[in-house]
Design a protein around this ligand. Structure first.
Ligand SMILES: Cc1ncc(COP(=O)(O)O)c(C=O)c1O
Length: 395
């Protein structure tokens, strides 16, 4: 297995600058963004209200639409992703649903990459299907196959790297062809964050974040964001955002903003801890596959300038998965990722997920696979914990 070099770490210096202080002047010269925990904003006069209703003024009216704390985060993510506008949502899933819905209608066809996030898969299979929107799944590492699936599609849904397979897509080739054909491209960029991948630079239209993960970074909030060109964000504003009502709350926006002030430091650590674990696991006799972009050549690896700490590895039959999992001490058992603590999900448990449309069964996730989110712990302790647990898990 080849350990690819992390090439552009100097980008971190350039990108940390916008995180240091508020995007706009704060009341009382506050050094960080206050929480505007208010539902409604008052008008002095009738004329002020009438001007807002007529679209002649864009001042704050009601927090389900706009809120100053949330607006700070929206401006920050738009700037970091290098796009014109952004919107905050109550969760990553609210962001994903709102990024997709305006661009499909009955009879539309969506193209999505295999191994997409489990609930995004369920959005396509359990919700959109009911309204006559079909989804074709393609192997995102087969660029020719992705391009061949685009003609006639309304939207292409990307995740690079994809959940559980952690395989990457050639964003430049797919973004260019989608744009040529008028297919809206959407990518979930939660894993890389704009510090390690800026999909708009490669021609992808809309960028979605589960801000619950690395952006917020402390396992204490659920939040989502969509960023993109003004024309498409206007479609989202007018055809989904206000009416679905999944608005990010001021308090959640404040938590994400606070988390993002240390994003560069945390991402460097998640990246290093993930690579250290990946290296140690590659050398372990019981590990048959390390699913991490640094350890596998795939078409979109060149789009990444660093790595998230989330990846998967496959254990052979010599290890009992339950015993391995229970032997972990530093690493905890839990869903989600992006917080300070390292977490595992064994595929054996995920394959048994109740309810319709099981993404793990659909894309054949091996029962011996384990997803691990490398947290911020001391590196040697983390590596030792996982290697010890493999030893203890031996049948
Ligand atoms: C890759 C990815 N995208 C999106 C989401 C959804 O985010 P949220 O839980 O904030 O709705 C998740 C959540 O686990 C995820 O892992």
């Amino acid at each position: 297995m080849k350990d690819h070099e992390i090439q552009h770490f100097s980008d971190l210096d350039r990108l940390t600058e916008p995180l240091i202080g508020p995007e706009t002047a704060m009341p009382h010269d506050a050094s960080s963004v206050p929480i505007f925990q208010t539902s409604s904003f008052l008008f002095d006069r009738y004329e002020d209200m009438a001007a807002v209703f007529a679209g002649q003024s864009d001042r704050y009216i009601y927090t389900r639409g706009n809120n100053p704390t949330v607006a700070e985060l929206e401006a920050l993510i738009a700037r970091m992703e290098g796009v014109e506008a952004a919107r905050g949502f109550a969760s990553g899933m609210a962001a994903i649903a709102s990024a997709v819905l305006p661009f499909v209608e009955a009879g539309s066809r969506v193209v999505a990459v295999n191994n997409l996030y489990s609930d995004a898969f369920r959005l396509f299979e359990c919700v959109l299907k009911k309204f006559g929107v079909t989804t074709d799944y393609v192997d995102g590492t087969d660029t020719e196959a992705v391009l061949a699936a685009l003609p006639g599609a309304s939207l292409i849904y990307l995740e690079s790297p994809a959940s559980w397979s952690f395989t990457t897509q050639d964003l430049r080739a797919i973004g260019a062809e989608a744009r040529r054909l008028g297919v809206v491209s959407v990518i979930d960029n939660s894993w890389a964050t704009p510090l390690f991948q800026r999909p708009a630079e490669f021609g992808v239209d809309l960028i979605v974040h589960a801000a619950s993960k690395y952006l917020a970074g402390h396992s204490d909030t659920i939040a989502g964001l969509v960023a993109g060109p003004k024309a498409l964000m206007d479609r989202i504003n007018h055809e989904a955002y206000h009416y679905l009502g999944g608005k990010m709350s001021p308090f959640d926006a404040w938590l994400v903003l606070r988390g993002m002030r240390s994003l560069h430091l945390r991402m460097a650590r998640h990246c290093a801890n993930g690579l250290a674990l990946g290296r140690a696991l590659s050398a372990d006799a019981a590990v048959t596959h390390v699913r991490h972009p640094a350890f596998e050549a795939n078409p979109g690896n060149a789009c990444l300038s660093g790595y998230g700490g989330l990846f998967a590895f496959d254990l052979d039959d010599s290890v009992d998965i339950a015993r391995f999992t229970n032997a972990l001490r530093v690493v905890k058992i839990g869903v989600s990722w992006g917080g300070p603590e390292s977490l595992v999900i064994p595929a054996q448990a995920a394959l048994g997920l109740s309810g319709a449309a099981n993404v793990f069964q659909r894309f054949g996730t091996p029962a011996g696979s384990v997803r691990i989110a490398a947290g911020l712990e001391q590196q040697e302790a983390l590596v030792e914990d996982v290697l010890n647990a493999i030893e203890e898990g031996r049948r």
